[in-house]
Ligand binder design. Structure first.
Ligand SMILES: CC(C)(COP(=O)(O)OP(=O)(O)OC[C@H]1O[C@@H](n2cnc3c(N)ncnc32)[C@H](O)[C@@H]1OP(=O)(O)O)[C@@H](O)C(=O)NCCC(=O)NCCS
Length: 174
């Protein structure tokens, strides 16, 4: 099993993993499948500040984790939104923990201050994984999405990746 940075050739597999969960669950709030090109655009436009990782086993991509901007205004630039997906046949083998631990280490290395994750509930696996890795519940958005004929609550978690009063850039007073 290898965890490595995503590369252009990985995005058909990343789209397939995502589209399985879009089609069959409310874990992902899109109604329509994502295309490879949309994902490549998202990766290309954020990769200077955010890591995207894949989990590869015997040459097959079986999971991925990504970081991206949480909100757009300038002062939010050091808060990221993270997420991960592991193919169904490979759950509960420690792969999600390994993948996310590496992602969060890399987010910290990118200088990001905290990571935010939104989880459509119920999702006991994702809640347990986030809590195990030090995320703290910050709130519940009731009926935040309508999918598959039902309203769904989304719980938001946050993990601080750095602490202390210093700004992100030495001497930066903005
Ligand atoms: C959430 C997900 C990434 C977890 O990945 P995973 O590789 O199965 O997780 P791990 O094997 O590292 O498990 C880590 C811990 O999470 C918890 N966990 C995992 N699966 C669980 C389940 N089905 N029920 C309850 N807890 C679970 C356990 O505490 C587990 O540790 P343990 O096995 O030592 O008890 C995976 O279930 C997944 O891809 N789900 C679909 C997509 C998804 O929900 N993504 C998150 C969107 S917010």
């Amino acid at each position: 099993m290898t965890i490595r940075a995503a590369a252009p050739g990985d995005f058909d597999a990343i789209a397939a993993i995502t589209n399985h969960y879009i089609a069959t669950t409310a874990i992902h709030f899109s109604y329509d499948p994502v295309t490879r090109d949309e994902l490549v655009d998202a990766w290309q436009s954020t990769r200077e500040r955010h890591p995207w990782l894949v989990l590869e086993q015997a040459g097959v991509i079986i999971g991925y984790a990504k970081s991206g901007p949480w909100r757009e205004r300038a002062a939010y630039a050091w808060t990221c939104e993270v997420g991960l997906y592991v193919v169904e046949g490979a759950h509960r083998r420690g792969l999600g923990t390994a993948l996310y631990s590496e992602l969060l280490d890399q987010c910290a290395a990118f200088g990001l201050r905290s990571a935010v994750a939104g989880i459509t509930v119920p999702n006991p696996a994702s809640v347990a994984l986030h809590e195990r890795l030090g995320f703290v519940l910050v709130g519940v958005f009731r009926d935040a999405g309508w999918k598959q004929g039902a309203w769904h609550d989304v719980v938001f978690y946050q993990k601080l990746l750095a602490t202390g009063p210093r700004g992100p850039n030495a001497g930066d007073a903005s």
